[in-house]
Write a protein that binds this ligand. Structure first.
Ligand code: SF4
Length: 697
């Protein structure tokens, strides 16, 4: 009813990578409700987070003034005084806080060298903010120690895609499933994590599409699946190689496609000979006949797609998992046509855009390698002669190790929460406490901000202008519906002020100027202008100023030498730690529908917090029986890193030797337990597998 609000503003949901367009209904500078509108990814649909998860922007915990740690504050740590959480900070003017923030970082630059300062940027901020953040670290400190949460998310998928396809983004939008005959969804739980995308997957199944779901948990889409393969945790490579073995063995591959568009096929074929499904069945916990049926269903379909999530990527063999999925699509010729493609479902709303903008330690914007002299000098020229290192920088978890080793002493963290999101989180918290100078820019006093020396109050999605890029490569405009509360400011403007104090000659006065600079350095943004984005979403690549963009890419070759994609055989690597007598069960972690990542937004959203107010874990009924625990009672989980206590739930979808723990709850933080061992290529931690002991709480 138009009487309920006095204005409406079109923007983009701030939660997941689906990138649903929303209309924010505002009355008296408060969002009163949210509707879905006809964006390219959501066509009017929203999930519970998009519809009801907006009120965190009005929460009384919002930071409204710059803060500086008191001289007499106690030692840095979590929840210094939970009853009075800001007690160890004092309010400051912006001038004083920016001087203190930049002054501390500049001092380290002078005394210890630029490499003593690292940056952790945000996949929740806009493309322009991500671009400025990486530029600040590179230009201001002369190195590449800048990363963001892609490292904990799809870094291994991107490593495999870059290696074998030549591009880190999806080859087809998820909406292409409309044209598919078969789709594999592996290591993903879209019903909870990409709920609007899941509605397209369900519709696909309802109209007769074959949905092959593979996951160690019986995830929500199983009810719509033609095949549900609940395989043994960590057995992904064995299972995928077995499927591909059948395709080779039964001659189901697309010889013509392979000859025209790929390389290294003979090596892949030879490698797969050792993975007969009859030999892999015991390892995967899936019957050989089922494996054969899945292989035939996928390979003989005219059009097939593959979707994957963190269940694939968050392993020490995450890159190998993705290599297998790429090989599977290539050998069937399921790339580059309507209803075909490879699609890693991106997590954060702007993780695609932040990665494209160069917020990663090995690549400049558009994945241009930092080691390439020509690339670096092109950026140096645009950036006014800046010199920065050719050496790849440190990743998120390596930065924390470097703090412990005294190589890094200062950090600038924008909108990320490593005190909750890093694996073996006590290690990360100890590193944050050890930093000589920590600047945190955020909208709440996050667990990470607790460790800060200076806190800069920033803007929520509904308070800023800027573009974001979703999992579909769709670049969309976020628009401000409200002013930031109190003295809080837009993130790009704070970063610009810090840069000036660090001696950089920056003169941006609007995010559109940043976008223009990005477009000059990024071929992916060809034909995409700020003005266009003010009127429409554009899917990159866009081939002309009036092309809305290409939902499918690589129909005629790949952006690799010779235009060919590559098969990279993947050997089986066991998880870093396996269950034993002391830690006999398997821990896996993830999200649940109502809560977003570390909970800083959704736990401050009334409806979402009311639905899921308490830390919980899911166990099979037989496991609960063995433990003598009833659903709703407490259990204690212990790994080699630490222990947490939380409420147990009964869930038949979890295998009897597994426990699933959502990671949004600080009072029982799942990452106290997780294993920091990393994939050697994508440097992504093994969040999806650790040996754990479970006891009655
Ligand atoms: Fe927001 Fe994702 Fe839900 Fe869409 S599916 S409303 S982008 S959380």
């Amino acid at each position: 009813d138009s009487q309920d609000y006095d204005r409406e503003v079109e923007s983009v949901c701030p939660f997941c990578g689906v990138g649903c367009q929303v209309s924010l209904k505002v009355k008296d500078d408060r969002i009163v409700y949210v509707d879905g509108i006809d964006g390219p990814a959501n066509e009017g649909r929203l999930c519970v987070k998009g519809r009801f998860g907006f009120d965190y922007v009005h929460h009384p915990h919002r930071l409204t003034k710059p803060l500086i740690r008191r001289d007499d504050a106690p030692a840095k740590g979590l929840n210094v005084d939970p009853a009075n959480p800001l007690s160890h900070f004092r309010e400051a003017s912006w001038e004083e806080a920016l001087d203190a923030a930049a002054g501390g970082l500049a001092r380290l630059r002078e005394t210890r060298g630029g490499a003593a300062v690292a940056g952790f940027g945000s996949a929740k901020c806009t493309n322009e903010e991500a671009y400025l953040f990486q530029k600040l670290i590179r230009q201001g400190f002369g190195h590449n120690n800048v990363d963001h949460c892609t490292r904990l998310c799809h870094a291994s998928s991107v490593a495999a895609l870059m290696e074998n396809v030549g591009s880190g983004a999806v080859t087809a939008t998820f909406n292409q499933i409309e044209h598919a005959d078969v789709a594999i969804i592996i290591g993903a739980n879209p019903v909870e994590n990409h709920p609007v995308a899941a509605t397209y997957f369900k519709q696909f199944a309802k109209r007769g599409g074959k949905l092959i779901v593979m996951d160690p948990r019986g995830v929500g889409l199983r009810k719509f699946a033609s095949h549900m393969l609940q395989f043994r945790p960590g057995a992904d490579v064995s299972l995928l190689n077995a499927i591909m073995h059948v395709i080779v063995d039964e001659g189901l591959y697309d010889e013509q496609y392979i000859q025209a568009y790929t390389e290294n096929w003979e090596a892949e074929k030879a490698h797969l000979a050792g993975f007969a499904p009859e030999d892999m069945a015991g390892i995967c916990g899936i019957d050989a006949e089922v494996i054969r049926d899945v292989a035939r269903t996928f390979a003989t379909a005219e059009r097939g797609m593959i979707f994957w999530g963190m269940g694939v990527s968050q392993h020490i063999h995450g890159t190998d998992n993705s290599r297998c999925l790429i090989s599977l699509a290539l050998m069937c010729g399921h790339v580059g046509r309507p209803g075909t493609g490879l699609h890693p479902l991106r997590g954060q709303n702007n993780v695609q855009g932040a990665s494209d903008a160069g917020l990663i330690p090995m690549f400049l914007p558009d994945y241009q390698p930092v080691g390439d002299d020509g690339v670096r000098s092109a950026f140096a020229e645009i950036w006014g002669g800046a010199e920065f290192s050719a050496e790849k920088g440190l990743t998120v978890t390596e930065i924390m190790d470097a703090v412990h080793d005294d190589r890094i002493a200062g950090m600038y963290i924008l909108g990320e929460n490593p005190a909750m999101s890093d694996p073996d989180v006590d290690h990360a918290r100890a590193a944050l406490a050890k930093l000589e100078h920590l600047v945190v820019q955020d909208i709440f006093l996050t667990e990470t901000a607790n460790y800060a020396d200076v806190i800069l109050p920033a803007s929520a999605f509904a308070e800023k202008t800027g573009t974001v890029t979703n999992t579909n490569r769709q670049v969309q405009m976020g628009r401000p519906a409200l002013p930031p509360p109190g003295e809080a400011r837009e993130d790009w403007a704070i970063t610009v002020d810090l840069a000036r104090r660090l001696g950089l000659d920056w003169s941006y006065s609007h995010p559109s100027e940043v976008f223009d600079e990005m477009a000059r350095t990024m071929k992916s943004l060809a034909n995409i202008t700020w003005e266009r984005l003010e009127g429409e979403a554009v899917t990159y690549p866009s081939l002309s100023p009036d092309d809305p963009g290409q939902p499918i890419v690589f129909g005629d070759g790949f952006p690799r030498a010779g235009g060919r994609a590559k098969f990279t055989p993947a050997a089986v690597i066991p998880p870093d730690e396996t269950p034993d007598a002391e830690y006999p069960m398997i821990l896996t972690t993830g999200r649940q529908l109502e809560h977003w990542h570390t909970g800083s937004m959704t736990r401050r959203s009334k409806v979402l917090d009311a639905v899921e107010p308490e830390a919980n874990c899911s166990l099979h009924p037989s496991t609960l029986r063995k433990l003598g625990v009833a659903a709703g009672e407490m259990v204690r989980l212990t790994t080699r890193r630490g222990s947490i206590e939380l409420m147990a739930r009964e869930d038949r979808a979890v295998a009897p030797d597994m426990v699933f723990v959502p990671f949004a709850y600080v009072e029982a933080a799942a990452n106290v337990l997780t294993n920091p061992a990393i994939d050697p290529y994508g440097k992504i931690p093994e969040f999806k597998f650790a040996a754990v002991r479970i006891e009655k709480g």
